[in-house]
Design a protein around this ligand. Structure first.
Ligand code: SAH
Ligand code: SF4
Length: 346
């Protein structure tokens, strides 16, 4: 198969001089979907590019708009596997949530993607194209999507190299030119990879899916907790914080009767003392067949109040796109009408 242009870092792009700049501009600034549209390149050059490279890894795209303005994109890849991205336009900023894998091997029990199992890693270009396609579909320039979260399907730090290449393409000025402060990588909590990431040339914002302050509870909902202790994760978070100088976010899905006891809020506050952090409480998003329900509004408030009183910065994430099956943890190739897509991840 022809090489996939979007897998390349801007420094590796073909052509030279101003022709190369024109090509980069078409791909990342204008976001066109075909070489044929690059009309300031000579026809012969466009034909050469067409012969030597492919510009898309998607064979089919389905779009599911939500009543709150967000849109879920269901991308079918050339091998028939599928993954999703969610675009969320807000008044002051547009955010995209991208996938790094088809499915996920981590198997968190409250997450619909985890239930799918592992399909495969996405290439860097397959991550980048999620952004380019969504921008084109919305009729906006790729640069209008200023905020990005690695919170779709998959565990980015288990697809480390491709995720990092994708991040570099996002941040490069000849690529998408995004700001490091506006790119957030969310991980289930893998200490070795977090420390490695802290040493990279890119320092994106880090979010860690803690979801419980005690080992016993964490092990019941997150299989990787058997391999990685909370202590180890917090040590790695400290290292990331120290090197990146960025506040680390801890994500905490509120699961009724599982991790929402008030002593758990107290314990969480103890754990985070002294760390420049932020806690993001996420009401559990429902999906068909889930064994969990969200904590009540009053319990979320009580949990919040404890953290706040203890001086821990805290917020509640109101997930968007719930009616399109596009909210956190709902990404599992389900159509909003409940019909499952033909192709499963595993
Ligand atoms: N694999 C990474 C990133 C993708 S998941 C990670 O786990 O961090 C993005 C966020 O959604 C994570 O914090 C994840 O724990 C959370 N999440 C998963 N299922 C959820 C659900 N049903 N309701 C609310 N949040 C959920
Ligand atoms: Fe994978 Fe994250 Fe879902 Fe866990 S929460 S199964 S790590 S996508």
């Amino acid at each position: 198969m022809k090489p996939y242009l979007l897998d390349l870092h801007p420094d590796q792009y073909p052509l030279s001089g101003y022709r190369r700049n024109q090509l980069l501009e078409w791909v990342f600034k204008r976001g066109v979907g075909s070489f044929g549209e690059m009309d300031n390149l000579p026809k012969a050059l466009r034909d050469d590019l067409e012969r030597d490279y492919r510009l898309s890894a998607f064979s089919k795209v389905e779009t599911f708009p939500s009543s709150d303005g967000s849109t879920k994109y269901l991308y079918t890849l050339l091998d028939g596997r599928q993954m999703e991205a969610v675009l969320m336009p807000y008044a002051d900023r547009t955010t995209i949530c991208v996938s790094t894998m088809v499915g996920c091997p981590a198997g968190c029990s409250f997450c619909a993607t985890g239930k799918l199992g592992f399909g495969r890693n996405l290439s860097a270009g397959e991550v980048i194209e999620q952004i380019l396609y969504a921008a084109r579909d919305q009729g906006i320039a790729p640069g209008a999507i200023r905020n990005l979260v690695f919170m779709g399907m998959g565990e980015p730090l288990l697809n480390y190299d491709n995720t990092l290449t994708a991040a570099r393409i996002m941040l490069h000025e000849d690529g998408l030119g995004m700001s490091q402060r506006r790119v957030t990588l969310s991980t289930v909590g893998l200490p070795k990879q977090i420390v490695k990431l802290a040493g990279e040339d890119v320092t994106v914002k880090l979010a860690i899916s803690l979801h419980a302050p005690d080992e016993e509870t964490r092990k019941t909902i997150i299989p990787t907790a058997h391999a990685h202790t909370i202590h180890g994760i917090l040590e790695a978070a400290r290292e990331y914080q120290r090197r990146s100088k960025r506040r680390v976010t801890f994500e905490y899905a509120m699961l009724s009767g599982v991790n929402d006891a008030l002593w758990q809020a107290e314990l969480l506050a103890d754990l985070l003392k002294g760390l420049i952090s932020h806690v993001n409480l996420i009401p559990m998003n429902a999906w068909a067949g889930a064994d969990f329900t969200s904590s009540s509004e009053s319990r979320i408030q009580a949990f919040y109040d404890i953290l706040e009183a203890r001086g821990i910065p805290v917020s509640v994430r109101r997930s968007r796109g719930r009616d399109a099956g596009a909210a956190c943890g709902q990404l599992a190739l389900k159509r909003p009408d409940g019909r499952s897509s033909e192709i499963s991840a595993a």
